[in-house]
Design a protein around this ligand. Structure first.
Ligand code: ZN
Length: 292
């Protein structure tokens, strides 16, 4: 099989997925999405700043608030699947600018608090024991946060493990963005169900999710996760799969997305379609949208 380029995999941004209900899903690069319905907007792992390699290595990371204001001028809620910098860096500045509530782990709450987000906007959804999902409703969005895990892609390890504690020494360096607890997020809106997998790993044994209309599936790290495509299919029975977190996030968001090395799209799609040969699997250009 020829190795597909990401642009070969783009969903049509004109044609809705299934019977359209007026939901718009926009990819923000990495694991980031906006999900819009009527006048409401939910953000998942919005990382827009896309700091350069030299900034990531040598400096403390600062959110580009102006860029965030331009690209996501409003939001009702921000969900953080975990608190690595490429998921969480921009959440505090977006929360401050939009007034959005932030849902995430204890690490996410510490991170936002230390960056001046008001206490009233913060909601910890990390379970204190067991694996039951926390639930919440924001406008038309009903969400469940299923405890999950991060892929151990770095020589069998999760990069920057552990939690972010209360931190006064902000801004933080890359390595201070500890992973924290990880969630898969189930979202119901306008009779449609979506599921966001922010890192290419699942802890699906405790999940009770059933068929979703659209799985937002992380690609980076998938090859080191045991049976990732098969387990994703079995846990979510998705009607379609939108691939994300395959892009080189050291490049600016205004540039064309380039795939990270080793994403193995053809193999991934092949294995996702083993049990569902007609399953739509695709990607989006940076800031591209699909409707469903
Ligand atoms: Zn991560």
């Amino acid at each position: 099989m020829l190795m597909p380029k990401p642009s070969d995999l783009f969903f049509s941004t004109q044609t809705p997925l299934g019977n359209e209900r007026g939901i718009r899903v926009t990819w923000l690069g990495t694991a980031g999405f906006t999900i819009e319905y009527e006048e409401h907007c939910l953000l998942l792992d919005p990382y827009l700043t896309r700091a350069s390699l030299s900034r990531c290595v040598w400096t403390r990371l600062r959110s580009d608030g102006e860029l965030a204001r331009r690209l996501v001028p409003r939001a009702d809620a921000i969900v953080l699947s975990h608190t690595h910098f490429d998921h969480a860096l921009d959440a505090p500045s977006i929360a401050r600018q939009t007034g959005a509530r932030v849902y995430g782990s204890r690490s996410a709450i510490h991170l936002c608090r230390s960056h001046g987000v008001s206490e009233a906007q913060l909601e910890c959804v990390e379970p204190t024991s067991g694996s039951r999902a926390s639930e919440t409703e924001v406008g038309p969005f009903r969400m469940r946060f299923w405890p999950s895990a991060h892929s151990a892609f770095l020589f069998g390890r999760v990069p920057f493990p552990g939690d972010i504690a209360d931190c006064s020494d902000v801004p933080l360096r890359t390595g201070a963005y500890r992973c924290g607890a990880v969630f898969g997020t189930e979202i119901e809106v306008a009779g449609r169900r979506l599921f966001h997998v922010g890192s290419a790993e699942l802890v699906e044994t405790g999940w009770n999710v059933g068929p979703v209309d659209l799985a937002l599936a992380c690609v980076a790290g998938w090859t080191t996760t045991e049976r990732y495509p098969e387990r994703l299919m079995s846990a979510l029975s998705p009607g379609a799969v939108l691939l994300h977190h395959w892009d080189n996030f050291l490049r600016r968001i205004e540039e064309e997305a380039h795939a990270l090395p080793g994403m193995r799209f053809a193999k991934l799609i092949d294995r996702l379609q083993t049990t569902a040969p007609n399953l739509p699997v695709g990607a989006l250009p940076l800031l591209g949208s699909i409707r469903l």
